[in-house]
Design a binder for this molecule. Structure first.
Ligand SMILES: CC/C=C\C/C=C\C/C=C\C/C=C\C/C=C\C/C=C/CCC(=O)SCCNC(=O)CCNC(=O)[C@H](O)C(C)(C)COP(=O)(O)OP(=O)(O)OC[C@H]1O[C@@H](n2cnc3c(N)ncnc32)[C@H](O)[C@@H]1OP(=O)(O)O
Ligand SMILES: CCCCCCCC/C=C\CCCCCCCC(=O)OC[C@@H](O)COP(=O)(O)O
Length: 377
């Protein structure tokens, strides 16, 4: 392991990165709360401010991926579609197979200029995650309980609310509804068999209702679906902890732009359309497994410096109070102050470790682990 790699794996580096993320994130959450009165005066201005505030948070994780770990993200797509990315609203359908799939999505959001405004159909549990989850309220992220009876109305209303959104956004849908595990795949394929649907090798059976309600409620606002299929070279199993340790991964993303008009409006036809899409995605993953690449040309956008600049800004801003705190700690000589500071540091680092745990598949929910009728979140 080289010197640089050794430095990147030092706990003190992670502690400092976590300190900057947590403190800057809480400051930004506070600023977001301060924009609440503005929503009554000018909703659009409040939205634009929150897009930039959210960028300050999200881009720190993107900086960790792009600059700290140096992970390569390659885009396979049609050059004509490429010209439209970032210039229209779109529904992104992405396979949910990796712990950092959302982060690879974010890096493309950043490169096409929609990182602050992008949204997702997220499980309600994530709304309680400090910093990122809390910031999502102000981004009008759509939350679901993964119980259709309760979700159908709230999801539709939340999506309708986005029709006058002032900036381009991508709406991410992980149609499988949960991260891929062997057990969930086995149960999912039993459901596929019971429905007379072809089995999938690399995906869980997609949940079609959320996709249908999303497309129906974003018609007129979103121009297309970006069918996105992600994989990593050499069977890498990437993790956020790996990124923090400076480990370099190689992500490949295959994106097809499908105009919304091509998607049936009828619920049953739309469901059938989505099942067919996932059969195609499965064949792309088979192609990838055989050849190590996706079909079609590579047109990769380069990473941009703004995520690094944002991280350096917050680090310099927060380095001063940290230095003051440490110098007072040393000069005070008070054991109590030392004990309290160490306790606070430990609590914060455990908090950040818990947040990172939200991305780990070995801690995933029970959703999809039981047959249809007994599903729990
Ligand atoms: C150019 C670059 C392009 C792209 C860049 C890529 C991305 C960038 C874009 C944006 C980035 C933005 C943000 C990223 C940041 C963070 C992301 C955060 C991640 C969190 C995401 C999540 O939380 S995923 C979990 C929540 N989301 C979902 O669940 C969505 C999918 N689910 C649905 O849509 C569901 O329909 C529902 C939730 C609305 C309702 O679910 P429910 O289970 O109640 O009902 P369903 O009808 O879906 O399920 C019952 C039907 O399913 C069948 N069934 C039952 N059991 C199973 C089983 N075990 N497996 C499979 N199928 C099952 C059952 O038979 C029912 O079938 P029906 O025929 O009756 O429908
Ligand atoms: C600059 C370095 C910063 C270091 C500190 C980073 C700490 C913050 C890290 C992560 C915050 C939480 C990220 C939220 C996104 C989680 C996405 C996700 O994958 O959710 C799982 C969900 O889809 C399905 O859940 P289940 O599979 O059903 O269970």
């Amino acid at each position: 392991m080289g010197l640089l790699q050794m430095i990147k794996s030092q706990f003190l580096c992670h502690l400092f990165a976590g300190y900057v993320f947590l403190v800057s994130g809480l400051i930004i959450n506070l600023l977001q709360v301060c924009t609440l009165p503005l929503w009554l005066v000018s909703k659009q201005l409040a939205r634009r401010i929150n897009i930039r505030l959210a960028y300050c948070i999200n881009s720190q994780l993107v900086a960790a991926l792009e600059w700290w770990s140096g992970t390569e993200c390659t885009l396979y797509t049609d050059p004509k579609s490429y010209e439209l990315y970032g210039k229209e609203n779109a529904v992104v359908v992405l396979n949910h197979s990796f712990e950092i799939d959302f982060l690879c999505g974010w890096t493309f959001c950043e490169r096409f200029g929609v990182l602050g405004s992008s949204k997702v159909l997220a499980k309600k549990e994530l709304a309680y995650v400090p910093v990122i989850g809390w910031s999502w309220y102000f981004l009008e992220i759509v939350f679901c309980k993964r119980r259709w009876e309760e979700d159908r109305r709230t999801v539709a209303e939340s999506l309708q609310n986005l029709h006058d959104y002032p900036e381009n956004f991508w709406f991410l849908l992980f149609c499988e509804g949960t991260r891929f595990t062997e057990k969930k795949h086995q149960i999912s394929m039993q459901v596929a068999e019971s429905k007379g649907l072809p089995k999938l090798k690399y995906h869980l059976l997609p949940r079609t209702k959320g996709f249908w309600v999303t497309v129906q409620n974003l018609r007129g606002s979103a121009a297309a679906v970006y069918d996105s299929t992600l994989n990593f070279r050499n069977n890498e199993t990437p993790s956020l902890l790996g990124i923090l340790n400076g480990k370099k991964y190689h992500a490949d993303l295959y994106v097809r732009r499908i105009p919304l008009e091509q998607i049936p409006e009828d619920e049953a036809d739309c469901a059938a359309w989505l099942h067919k899409l996932y059969q195609e995605k499965d064949s792309f993953q088979e192609h990838y497994a055989q050849t190590g690449r996706y079909p079609g040309p590579i047109v990769s956008p380069a990473r941009r410096p703004w995520t690094l600049i944002n991280w350096l800004f917050w680090s310099c801003l927060l380095l001063y109070p940290l230095g003051l705190l440490l110098s007072q700690l040393v000069s005070s000589g008070s054991v109590l102050t030392l004990v309290v500071s160490v306790a606070l540091c430990s609590a914060a680092s455990l908090g950040v470790r818990w947040m990172i745990g939200q991305t780990e598949i070995n801690r995933s929910s029970n959703y999809g682990n039981k047959p249809a009728s007994l599903n729990n979140n």
